[in-house]
Each structure stands twice: as C-alpha cells, then as structure tokens.
Write a protein that binds this ligand. Sequence first.
Ligand code: LLP
Length: 428
Amino acid sequence: MTDTSSTAAVDLSLYPGGTSLDADGRLLIGGCAVADLAETYGTPAYLVDEGALRRTARSYVDAFASRHRNSLVLFASKSFPSASVIGVLAEEGCGVDAAAAGELGLALAGGADATRIVFHGNAKTDDDVRSALAAGVRYVVVDNLDDVERIGRLARQPVPVLLRVSPSLDAKTHAAMMTGHDASKFGIPSGQVDDVIRRIRREPMLDLRGLHAHVGSQLLDLDQFEAAVRALAAFERFPVYDFGGGLGVRYTSADDAPSIDDYAERLVTAVHRHLGEDVELLVEPGRSMVARNGITSYRVVTVKRGARTHVAVDGGMGDNLEVSLYGQAFQPSVIDRSGPAEVVDLVGRHCESGDELAHDVEVVSPRVGDLVTVPVTGAYCYTMSNNYNAALRPPVVFCRDGESRLAVRRETFDDLLRRERLLPGTDD
Ligand code: LLP
C-alpha cells in the first residue's frame, strides 16, 4: 500500500458537471452528498445530476441549431429509458428516438411531443406499427421490406417515413456496437437501397421523406460521421437526413473523446458540403447525452485479500452490464475519506466470475461499509439492469441544487413475485 496517490483521488472530470467536494471532503452530486443519498435511498442507486443533464441537452440543441437552421436533436431513449429522463430532455428542447412500442410509451408518458418522436425497430410487429401510427410520430424509420408491407397494410393515411441504410462502413468500436457494416442486421444494405426506394414509392401509404444511418456507438473518431454523410450522399437527394447517434465519451481519466461542439461542427460541415444547407438534419445521441450525467453508488460488503484483492459491493452485473458485455473500463472511487491507496478488483455480488465492475484499479484502501462511486454510468446501465440472482433493480435519484427526488423507485421483492403464478400448491 502506498499513500493516496492522484489515481486514488476522485477525478471530478469524469463526474457530472455540477459535482464537487464539500469542506469535509464529501462528494456532492448536484449539491447532494452521496453519503446522505445512500442513507435516504439506499445502495446501489443510480444518481443523476439533473442540472448537468439539462445543460448537456441545451448544449446539444444549441450546437446544432447554431450551425444548421433546420435541425432536431432526438434523445436515443434506449440509453436511459426512464420517462423522467426523457421528460427532462424534452423540456430542454430534445425530441426522442424511440425503438418499438415500449420506448414510445415511455416517451409519451414522459411528456414528449409525438411530432418530435422518430420511431425505430429492426423487427417492428404489427402492434409496434399501430402504436406509432396512433401516436402520430414525426417519422417511422423503415428498416426492412416487411416494414413497408406492414405500414402499407395498417396505415389509413400516408405516413412520413425515412429509410435506414446500412452504408457498408466498418465503424471503429466494439464489434457488438457496429451497426453500419455489410453484415449488420440493421437497415438496407447499400446495394439494395435503390430497389427498396422504388418499392416504397409504389406503396401509397408511405411518404418517403429521407434517409437514416447509424453506424455504431462509442465512436471516438469523427471521420466516421463524415463517412456516413458521404455514403448517404451517393443516393438520390431527399429533404430529410438522420445520422443517428454514436458519439463516444470518456470513461476513465486516460480516455479522450471529441466534444459535442466538435462533433456538431464536423457533421454539419459534412452535411452542408455533401447534402446542402436546406435539408432537415436529425441526430439521435444517447450515450453522449447521458453517460457522464449519471453515477452509481454502492457500499462495500466484503474485502477479500489473496492472490488479488477483491472488493465486493452490493451491486454488479445486475445494474451494470457494460463490463461483462463490452469489457468497458470504469474508474471507481472509494469516496469521502482519504487513506493509503490499494490496487483492487471491484466485483459484484452475482454468481459469476465475470461479474466485475472494474479490474486492477487504484482506490483508497477499502473497508466494509465504505461508499464506492462508479462515474459515467448514465448510459445503458439502467437500460440493461436485470434480476440476475433475483437482484432488485436500483432506484434512479435526480439531484439538483442540493435537493433530491426519486425518479424511479427501487424494485421490491413483491414486484418480482407479482408476475409469478406460484403454480405448485395453488388451488385455483
Ligand atoms: N440511434 C440508433 C438507431 C441506435 O441504434 C442507437 C444505439 C443510437 C441512436 C444511440 O447511440 P449512442 O449515441 O448511444 O451511441 N448496449 C450498448 C449500446 C448499444 C447502442 C445501440 N444503438 C452499450 O451498452 O454500450
């Protein structure tokens, strides 16, 4: 063990913009002490800095509005599918990217305006299509020929649609997050696009307004967005273009990521050069909207020192699948006290060796009961939270100006049991 070094200290640049330490060195999210929130709401918990989230949304909207007259920033709701999060972002001027009926329902429940919702799904059922038509979304994104048939059959008036293109681009990211390559299950491969456009035009209930491309997620090289613009410019011109999401974020102090402004500048410049200044431009950021604005708090349950030091907390892959699914590196901290530093593996409480939150990380030497925070968990963690080992999904707490509000309550055991029919032993 060494004295607390800079790597064991909390790197505030990974935390929401409003994060600070109080006079006693306690970590404050949105002005609320994480320790107080742990008392009030328990752990693990997803803590969202509402003020920082609102500021990110406004920067996104401004970054595009100031560069392009006719733009709309749609929050990719899959990255944090909570009606409250969607509602806050809608208040700040964002529309919503909703995939299938479930996300559409959340967006409407959050107060989003249907005319600012773009509807997605690579396997839309009849019910999905009906829900989009009933809501009156801005565009339905056609992903396959069966979408054309379904919309044609179910619509009673012409539906504005975009066509999702898979533009043959191998995005530089984790294989599971590549979505614009030839082998992708999403969109129409470039070679078939002209045919599908003709097919759509034969269908009177489809009003083809433009093209869509989303080539991948956690993209750190802006050239890839420009490549997507060039790829869509190879087809006939349309009034609307949607370039999806994908902008990557920093997860650890060692990472570097482009700013929202740099991204907007590159994308809009490419759009103006290749598609013109008059098109309607849509983007669908998820991760870069929410990731840094949320953290997860845990309490240390046990520390086991042996070949490695395993620090086990009261959560894990039930609330954060990013590590086990994508090998994502996070930078946790033992908070609210100083002390010698120690290199540890932060593990969860699930029955699986892959249940790790961080590997080989330096933290203040942990003790049972300590609070641990993992920053940059605002994207896709709540999304993929699950009930492995009948774990109860954590609450979502909004923090702003020193006040906290429960946005989603903690799941209870009754919630789990409610779906069970308890077949053996029931009389009826
Ligand atoms: N638009 C479409 C059509 C998408 O499929 C996605 C993400 C987005 C926008 C938002 O992309 P973002 O800005 O967040 O990169 N489960 C993975 C992420 C999968 C992303 C899927 N699509 C994860 O946990 O990292």
